[in-house]
Design a protein around this ligand. Structure first.
Ligand code: 5MM
Length: 343
């Protein structure tokens, strides 16, 4: 294990003004996204769409520190034959790879799920390293509802995250630790706080027991937000205050950075919340984004599968990447969104 290399990559992933593009939608998820814009999901259409983003020079150079790829994408070439991984590297961004194989129902625990993918992972990581991946992602999913999550579910998922992290580091790949507490329900902000607190405490206990090198990791958590169906929604300042209050109690300062997921927040909301978090004063970690939907919704719609829409789609991607880049230093304002729209 090369600890210096791991620490250097982890720091680069969370550098100021930049963040991660989560483009690792599995085939089922990208098909659902394409269905909404009337595009058939084929290997070529998925390639064209992702190539459009990776060739958005200003966004990739200035605001995207790394891209999380799916197994199919890390092996694909652009239309002109250049490997997609090379496009990312040429822009000065870091290629990464999703290595979990998805969620399955957790036996004996109705309504709860467990993330799979540890079998054969060491060999897959060695191959991904050769293909250019320098970091990886594994997502654990924790739902909130009556009687859940259970301790058993959190513990099983945290244990898998720790096993994955160790294997990554032995392959010289930085593990992104993603324990996502879903925001789908009707729960309030306080309940999100309590569940995320339990999850983060158990995750860091498991990482400690597995002897994970924390300086060579990046945390990808949810923000502390009320469920989407909760009648009482929160302002960015409330979200920021509770998120930072909790993270100061649960995330060791040895962790170089926190890259939030958007989790179903709309794109401007995800930017405003990240910005408010970065206005909370000096923080012990760099705090940035690892957004999927909140970075891609606008360019996806603008693209809609048509070559003639590529420059509009790239402009939309560029804009969202720049807004989120500003939010990593607390320099975003709602005004900048309006100015860009008017232009
Ligand atoms: C891009 O979506 C990722 C892959 O999801 P599936 O395995 O379900 O296809 C997802 O893990 C994503 O990286 C995170 O949830 C963050 O994305 P959002 O859209 O929540 O920012």
């Amino acid at each position: 294990m090369n600890k210096d290399q791991l620490a250097k990559i982890a720091q680069a992933m969370v550098a100021k003004n930049r963040g991660l593009l989560a483009a690792d939608e599995s085939s089922g998820t990208i098909k659902r996204r394409f269905d909404t814009i009337g595009v058939e999901s084929t290997a070529d259409s998925r390639r064209d769409y992702r190539e459009m983003m990776f060739r958005t020079a200003d966004a990739m150079k200035n605001n995207i520190s790394g891209v999380i790829l799916y197994d199919e994408t890390i092996r694909q070439n652009a239309k002109d034959g250049t490997p997609l991984v090379k496009l990312i590297e040429q822009a000065g961004s870091i290629p990464g790879i999703k290595v979990d194989t998805g969620i399955k129902p957790l036996p004996n625990y109705p309504g709860e799920v467990y993330t799979e993918g540890l079998d054969g992972l060491a060999a897959r990581l060695d191959e991904y390293y050769k293909l250019g991946a320098r970091f990886a992602k594994w997502r654990a999913v924790i739902d909130i509802a009556d009687g859940i999550p259970t301790y058993a579910c959190i513990r099983a998922n945290a244990h898998a995250l720790a096993r994955y992290a160790v294997l990554c580091q032995h392959a010289n790949i930085v593990p992104i630790i993603e324990p996502e507490v879903l925001m789908d329900g009707g729960h309030d902000l306080e309940r999100c706080y309590d569940v995320t607190e339990q999850v983060l405490k158990i995750v860091y206990a498991e990482l400690y027991e597995a002897r994970v090198f924390l300086e060579g990791t990046v945390l990808k958590p949810n923000m502390i937000v009320p469920g989407k169906k909760c009648s009482k929604q929160s302002s960015p300042e409330q979200v920021a205050m509770q998120t930072i209050r909790l993270f100061k109690q649960t995330v060791p300062v040895a962790v170089p950075g926190i890259a939030f997921l958007s989790g179903g927040q709309d794109d401007v909301e995800a930017t405003a919340n990240l910005d408010a978090i970065n206005r909370m004063g000096a923080l012990p970690w760099n705090v940035t984004f690892s957004y999927g939907r909140a970075l891609q919704a606008a360019p996806q719609k603008a693209w809609s599968g048509k070559t003639e829409n590529v420059s509009d789609a790239q402009a939309a991607f560029s804009h969202r990447a720049r807004m989120n880049g500003l939010a990593t230093t607390g320099a975003w304002t709602a005004e900048q969104e309006k100015v860009a729209k008017a232009a």
